[in-house]
Design a protein around this ligand. Sequence first.
Ligand code: COA
Length: 333
Amino acid sequence: MNLNTHIVGVGGYLPERILSNEELSTMVDTSDAWIRERTGITQRHILAEDQQTSDLATAAAQQALDDAGISVHDIDALVVATTTPDMIFPSTASIVQYKLGGKDFPAWDIQAVCSGFVYGLAQVDGMMRSGMFKRVLLIGAESMSRIVDWTDRNTCVLFGDGAGAMVLEAKEEQGGMIGSVLHCDGSYRHLLMAEHKYEGNAPGKKVDFRVDAAGVAAVEMKGNEVFRVAVTKLSEVVGEVLEKYEMSKVDVDWLIPHQANIRILKATAKKMQMDEEQMAVTVDKHANTSSASVPLALNHLYRQGKFESGQVLLLEAFAGGFAWGANLIRWSK
Ligand code: COA
């Protein structure tokens, strides 16, 4: 039996609060003009104090389930790609399973920062083709506002919160996932990171773990170095995924890139010789929502009814690690 992984439901969620560039300019030494010109961002969504990543994930997942016309009881695995889990453990996926009212199916998180959804799609696709699961809920969800230093203008202007989700179903019909390529090069790990702060805690030490030893340091990034590598690697990976699956640039109808910076998006579209109208752009309104960015960008076009059956979508992302990758999909919904 030849199984293919089809997208049968799509959803997204953005928290209510919008933080504009103007408002941000009252907090750090920046300006709307600088942010727009250097990144394309005009605003970002910020989760409420009483919300957590699992809440954003649950809302996006419920919309994807509704879109697929099924309930959480029809799902047999749930995966959350996130860099900002509610807790160190249990996994955010197990919390989302509970919040959705599901039970008794496997749920786990994956961590590949902004490439988390692209990695997740590759992983889940492999498992579904092997017959392991029939229907999987894959979610990318982030509360980046919780791990940025709101006094650092180099990073705080770049990120936002949100979640995107897909229901995937293994079917014998042709279409759906064509395939993926993934990469990681840990020699770049120091250029983009957020450290855990466990120092001070060891056997025999009497530290107040909650006050002195635990925590996450804010995002640190060498922006212009990340930018240079991202443009090069993304342009390579889109070529690589097409070559691997014996397709060419003209076969791609829609480019769904990770939304970090409009200049990076435009560079990849140029490499693909694609019109900018064929590319999902949400960075202006969402900023960089890390692992949520690709599914939210896809959801944005989907809600406008843009995709036609048989069209080819190319998803790509670049992340801390550095970890990057791409997925090719033949739309079949
Ligand atoms: N407002 C005003 N000025 C700012 C600023 C801000 N928010 N942030 C930085 N600057 C200043 C810097 O201090 C620097 O000033 P200096 O020249 O006096 O030192 C100047 O702007 C240029 O900084 P630079 O870092 O060279 O700018 P850039 O053109 O590379 O743009 C980024 C910065 C972060 C927008 C860009 O490098 C980027 O998008 N990088 C990639 C991010 C990314 O892809 N992440 C991906 C994986 S998630």
